[in-house]
Design a protein around this ligand. Sequence first.
Ligand code: ATP
Length: 462
Amino acid sequence: MYDKIVSFAKRRAFVYPSSEIYGGLSAIYDYGHYGILLKDNIKNAWWKHMVQLREDVYGLDSAVFMNPKTWVASGHVESFDDPQIDCKKCKARMRADHILEEHGIMADRETIEFVNQKLDELKEQGKLKCSACGSTELTKAKRFSLMVKSNLGSPTEALSEKNVVYLRPETCGGIYLEYKNIVATLHPKLPFGVAQAGKAFRNEIVARQFIFRTREFEQMEMQYFQKPEDMKKNYEMWKEIRWNWYLEYGIPADKIRWAKHEKLVHYASEAHDVEYNFASLGGFKEVEGIHARGNWDLTRHSKFSGVDLNFLDEETKERFIPHIMETSVGLNRLLLMFLDNAYTEEEVNGEKRTVLKIDKKLAPIKAAVFPLLKNKPELVKKAREVYEDLRQNMMTEFDDNGNIGKRYRRQDEIGTPYCITIDFDTLENDTVTLRDRDSMNQERTPVKDLKKKLLKEYGCEI
Ligand code: ATP
């Protein structure tokens, strides 16, 4: 299934490996025509539920570069790393915590000493092997920083500690830094949230699971600021909102589950992941994290910047640093999840049909318009008219290539919910055939009702 999804994503212009003509660049991908459309639709679906339908959440788009002190305050410079081990024989690089996990030892956020001690125990039991070649000759684990460095300012100066800036490893840092401006300009009452979607960068040790784990990716995060006593209630509320979001966009309830973090960082009071059962990756894997983080982030930024980040409660006149819970999800991971869930191969009249049964609201192309015959100018003219009208409101394709069956198959593969065919009857009575992607049923529909019907289907009635 993994190979199928990867080759399908490339063949149908969803995801291309980056820099292919130069031999590629590990764990970096580009998004093609249908890929961007799908990615934007997922992002908009997230934005709709996290911002548009909320009176208490504001949007933000902060920069990728931030003052480097940000990442000292957040603890990233000191300890945002994973334990790395290498195979001495085949030079494969592995994450030691992942190897321990395979043997039932949870080593997330553990010290390097703990990781090495557990690796030694596995070695003594003859269980420690290279996951690529099976060799038992492995190096000790060492810390591998995930921070990606860059330099700004003097182009001639080499990268040094003096001029280093980091490409943000997560988007929420920008939210903490703009918290003061948001409070001063939007005057929110507690609780309130700030949401943003944008690029993040991590120097991942191993990244060989297609777009599941990449070194450049997009996160969508929402930080919810509140009084400490409201945390439990709000945490449960957001868990429910996020769970329902997956169902709303067609992910079956039995393909997702909650995974509770047993070991928490010292400032956190609760953390859960949403895990999705990836057929392409062989099981349940994290797509989203929901974390109750206490007042740690703002306290640290207040301390390191020297700026007062207290919130003044107008009613009680109390000043305090709000507590934060966050929802944090990877957009690229979600795109893989939706492809994984929707990719279907089935047999229709003895022939194989590949169809992307993706939620209609997320489909990259909403409608495709075909003239029955390419060489009949009156059909082409009418089809062009319908196409021009629809594409004012939704992504629409015009296709007059090959026979109708082939055109249906092309649209099925990219998940287009409706195909519209203009035939000779259209010229007589102004109706078209409207063909449904999933049921493959065709019904005659008056041209005048088409747009309204489709828009209603996509949740934007006019
Ligand atoms: P993991 O354990 O998979 O490395 P994490 O626990 O470090 O992830 P968070 O820091 O909580 O992840 O990030 C929140 C979300 O961002 C993740 O649930 C995931 O969807 C996404 N994400 C994190 N790292 C990557 C990456 N390298 N590539 C793609 N998406 C990522």
